[in-house]
Design a binder for this molecule. Structure first.
Ligand code: PMT
Length: 225
C-alpha cells in the first residue's frame, strides 16, 4: 500500500559503534549512539518491512517490531549481517571500527618506569563493500553512510565508487555538528545521478524520508527475496 510500501521486503540495518578489545578490560571504539541507525530500522518496520537490525553496543532500546542481533566487534557484525541475508535492502549506518587489535589474553600491565605498550592495528573487513560486491544474494539496494569532517561530498562520491554501493548518505560529524550522539542530522544523498541536500532534521525524520525514498527506488522493479 502507499503507507506500507515495504510489505514483503526484508531490510537489514547496521547501527551503533563496534567495540574492538585491547585486553579483557579495555577496548577501542567511537562515539556512535545508534540513534540514526535505530531510527532507520524503526521507520522501515513502520513501512511494513521485516527488519533485521545488527547493533553494536548502544544504550538505547531495541526498536519495536524489529529483530535485533546484538554484536560487539566488526567481525561479529559481519557474521550477523551474512547470517541475515538475503535481503532486499541493506543500510550500513553503523560506525564500524576500521581497525582491530589482536587482543592480549591478560590485562596489559603498566610496568613501573617502563615504556607504554604499542598497539598493532589490523584492518577490519569492510562490511558495506563486501555486501555490495557479493555475487550471490546482493541486496537490490545497498546504502552506505559516509561520516566526514571535511570535503563531505567529494569523500562520499569516492566511497560510493570504491565500495560499489547504490547510494551514500553523507553526514558531517565534526564536533560542531553534534551529529555523533545528537538527535538531529543534516545529510546529503549522494548517488551516481547526483547529490541532494536535505535540511537539518530530527534523526527520525531523516529515517522516514530515507525509507520512503528507498521504497520508491525499489519500486515494483526488483522481485522480493
Ligand atoms: O549513531 P549516531 O550517534 O546516531 O550517529 C550516526 C552516525 C554518524 C554514526 C551515522 O549517521 C553514520 O555516519 N554512520 C557511518 C559511520 C562510519 O563509520 O562512516 P565511514 O565513512 O567510516 O564508513 C562508510 C560506510 O562504510 C558506512 O556505511 C559504514 O557502516 C561502512 N563500513 C565502514 C568500515 C567497515 N569496516 N565496514 C563498513 O561497513
Amino acid at each position: 500500500s502507499a503507507e506500507r510500501p515495504l510489505v514483503g521486503r526484508h531490510v537489514i540495518v547496521t547501527s551503533g559503534p563496534t567495540r574492538e578489545p585491547i585486553d579483557p578490560a579495555r577496548f577501542l571504539s567511537n562515539r556512535s549512539s545508534g540513534k540514526q541507525g535505530h531510527a532507520i530500522a524503526a521507520a522501515a518496520a513502520r513501512a511494513g518491512a521485516q527488519v533485521t537490525l545488527v547493533s553494536g553496543p548502544v544504550e538505547i532500546a531495541d526498536p519495536p517490531g524489529v529483530t535485533v542481533r546484538h554484536v560487539e566487534t566488526a567481525l561479529e557484525m559481519l557474521a550477523a549481517v551474512e547470517a541475515a541475508l538475503p535481503a532486499d535492502i541493506f543500510i550500513g549506518a553503523a560506525a564500524v571500527a576500521d581497525w582491530r587489535i589482536e587482543p592480549a589474553p591478560d590485562k596489559i600491565k603498566k610496568q613501573p618506569g617502563g615504556a607504554p605498550p604499542t598497539l598493532v592495528l589490523r584492518e577490519n573487513p569492510d562490511i558495506l563493500a563486501l555486501v555490495a560486491r557479493r555475487e550471490s544474494e546482493r541486496p537490490a539496494l545497498v546504502v552506505g553512510f559516509a561520516a566526514e569532517t571535511r570535503d563531505v561530498i567529494a569523500n562520499a562520491q569516492e566511497k560510493l565508487a570504491r565500495k560499489g554501493c547504490d547510494l551514500i548518505v553523507a553526514n558531517d560529524v565534526s564536533a560542531a555538528s553534534g551529529v555523533f550522539g545528537g538527535d538531529a542530522n543534516e545529510v546529503r544523498l549522494v548517488g551516481a545521478d547526483g547529490v541532494e541536500s536535505w535540511p537539518r532534521l530530527d534523526k527520525s525524520e531523516v529515517a522516514a524520508r530515507l525509507v520512503a525514498r528507498l521504497a520508491e527506488r525499489l519500486g515494483a522493479t526488483a522481485e522480493p527475496v
